[in-house]
Design a protein around this ligand. Structure first.
Ligand SMILES: Nc1ncnc2c1ncn2[C@@H]1O[C@H](COP(=O)(O)OP(=O)(O)OP(=O)(O)O)[C@@H](O)[C@H]1O
Length: 279
């Protein structure tokens, strides 16, 4: 199968279970958002997918391959991740870091081919980093570095993309840019799993949400199914309400030239989460 699946997952850290009884699937073509309060186990769950942590129990498969026993190089052609740990800075240019994404696709000591250079150029363009490609990554701002890490993950041409807080450090325009890019990649068949703290972004850009609380998945479904007032109060401690804007009558059946007045990418009908402070 494509996508990724987690069954019966338990992770123990520091002598206690920080993730328990998790069953979760992310399918090709969807953006699945992992949300939950601080310390609820989001990063820990993602770490089991890119094998930076060994589960105490359960099975984690990516594109049908068991993560625990698949060679890392093989897995790197299937799953790419941007992590909070990937921010260690080394003396490389932006381009060199993004080129690392092609390494799993090349033979030992094989130089970059034309197609690899094209893929790197596409990844730099998608993240608007082409103008910085010769910069030393140690000189970049946090947001610029975040975009380089996303570009490197895209250059891997994975089937599953895992991102831990990808909008962290980004200014508003680039937050929306990254979220729109993830939607586009999913529409092309990628399975996208990401953690987000901003529930408004989660509601607007994710096809489905999985809510973690104290290491357990307490709800899974579309934002409309999941983000009700009770869950917002009990899990996140906030007051809020989700609205689903109706398609305006003018936008139904209107002439193509008139349609250009609507916001792009269906944004007009995505759920909007209104938040009103602590519960
Ligand atoms: N190496 C470790 N040793 C002991 N406990 C750990 C370790 N790493 C994480 N934890 C604990 O596991 C729990 C889950 O942490 P995790 O980083 O997965 O949460 P999170 O949901 O990603 O949180 P945040 O929203 O704050 O990033 C936390 O209580 C954390 O303190």
């Amino acid at each position: 199968m494509t996508g990724a699946s987690i069954r019966g997952l338990r992770v123990d850290l520091g002598g206690r279970s920080v993730v328990s009884d998790v069953d979760l699937e992310v399918a090709a073509g969807e953006v699945l958002g992992l949300v939950g309060p601080n310390g609820s186990g989001k990063t820990t769950l993602l770490r089991t997918l890119y094998r930076s942590i060994r589960p105490a129990a359960g099975a984690v498969d990516v594109a049908g391959l068991p993560v625990a026993s698949t060679p890392r190089r093989r897995m790197a052609r299937t799953l790419a991740a941007t992590t909070q740990e990937s921010e260690n800075r080394v003396a490389l240019t932006v381009r060199e870091v993004v080129e690392q994404g092609r390494v799993p696709h090349l033979g030992l000591l094989e130089p970059m081919r034309t197609e690899d250079r094209d893929i790197v150029a596409e990844a730099l363009a998608a993240t608007e980093m082409q103008q910085w490609q010769h910069r030393d990554v140690r000189t970049l701002s946090g947001g610029e570095l975040q975009r380089v890490m996303i570009a490197r993950a895209l250059a891997q041409h994975p089937e599953v993309l895992v991102l831990d807080e990808p909008t962290n450090h980004l200014d508003l325009r680039h937050q929306f840019g990254v979220l729109e890019l993830l939607r586009k990649l999913a529409s092309e068949g990628l399975a996208v799993l990401l953690t987000l703290h901003d529930l408004r972004h989660a509601a607007e850009y994710c096809d489905r949400l999985a809510v973690l609380d104290a290491g357990r998945v307490v709800a899974v479904g579309t934002p409309v199914e999941v983000l009700d007032e009770q869950l917002l109060a009990e899990v996140f401690g906030v007051r809020g309400r989700l609205r689903v804007p109706e398609a305006s009558p003018e936008s139904v059946g209107q002439a193509p030239e008139a349609a250009t007045t609507e916001p792009p990418n269906g944004a007009a009908t995505r759920p909007v989460l209104d938040l009103h402070g602590t519960a």
